[in-house]
Write a protein that binds this ligand. Structure first.
Ligand code: UDP
Ligand code: MG
Length: 213
């Protein structure tokens, strides 16, 4: 019996051993506020072996963490629809990825939702994650401004978010158009964008298989 030769421990399968040395595989999920990134990421996670990490959620958690040194700064940036300095965001993302992989080595596929949102974010990612993760593609939820605003205002009735109001939303849309769209265009030039028409209803959008690995 093989176990006699190799001792009593089970020999890990080849695929399992390969997964231990796998680099994180990342899909960046981008689109305007209210485009449905978070909603659709939850759907993807149901059907595929991906872990969903929302940069916005991680920042909100950090904002709420007792003793956080940057809680107030994050709160101000979020309300103003501005983009938090990348040093903060990248650390939260890296930590979340490491924690996930430490708990389960097979969880090395990530949907990173709402990042990178500007040049600073992208540079931070490239500096910190260079060679440590592979970005497969950008999943772009394409949705008109009006629909985005309406959805966020609707969500604002119950979300309790400090930025789901008209004033913050106008700033968020501006930030998206000025800072995030150019990042999507950059990836587009490299043929790394998969675009989804996100103006349709949740079920229709989730039927779209553009995220197939
Ligand atoms: N944010 C940021 N950096 C990020 C992600 C989010 O600074 O990488 C901040 C930014 O102020 C943004 C807010 O968090 O407007 C909310 O982001 P979230 O992704 O939750 O909003 P969504 O686009 O999903 O509505
Ligand atoms: Mg979101």
């Amino acid at each position: 019996m093989l176990s006699r030769l190799f001792g009593s421990q089970r020999v890990p399968s080849f695929l399992y051993r390969v997964s231990l040395i796998m680099k994180p595989q990342v899909v960046f999920v981008l689109g305007g506020p209210g485009a449905g990134k978070g909603t659709q990421c939850s759907k993807i996670v149901e059907g595929y072996n991906y872990t969903h990490l929302s940069a916005g959620d991680l920042l909100r958690e950090e904002r709420a963490r007792e003793g956080s040194e940057c809680g107030q700064l994050i709160a101000n940036y979020i309300k103003e629809g501005k983009i938090v300095p990348v040093e903060i965001t990248i650390n939260l993302l890296k930590q979340a990825m490491e924690e996930t992989m430490q708990k389960d080595e097979k969880k090395f596929r990530f949907l990173i939702d709402g990042f990178p949102r500007n040049e600073d974010n992208l540079q931070g990612w490239n500096t910190v994650m260079d060679g440590k993760a592979d970005v497969k593609f950008v999943l772009f939820f394409d949705c008109g401004e009006e629909v985005c605003i309406d959805r966020c205002l609707e969500r604002g009735k119950s979300s309790g978010r400090t930025d789901d109001n008209r004033e913050s939303l106008e700033k968020r849309i501006q930030t998206y158009l000025q800072s995030t769209r150019p990042i999507i265009e950059l990836y587009e030039k490299h043929g790394k964008v998969r675009t989804v028409d996100a103006s349709r209803c949740v079920e229709e959008v989730s039927k779209c298989q553009r995220w197939c690995p």
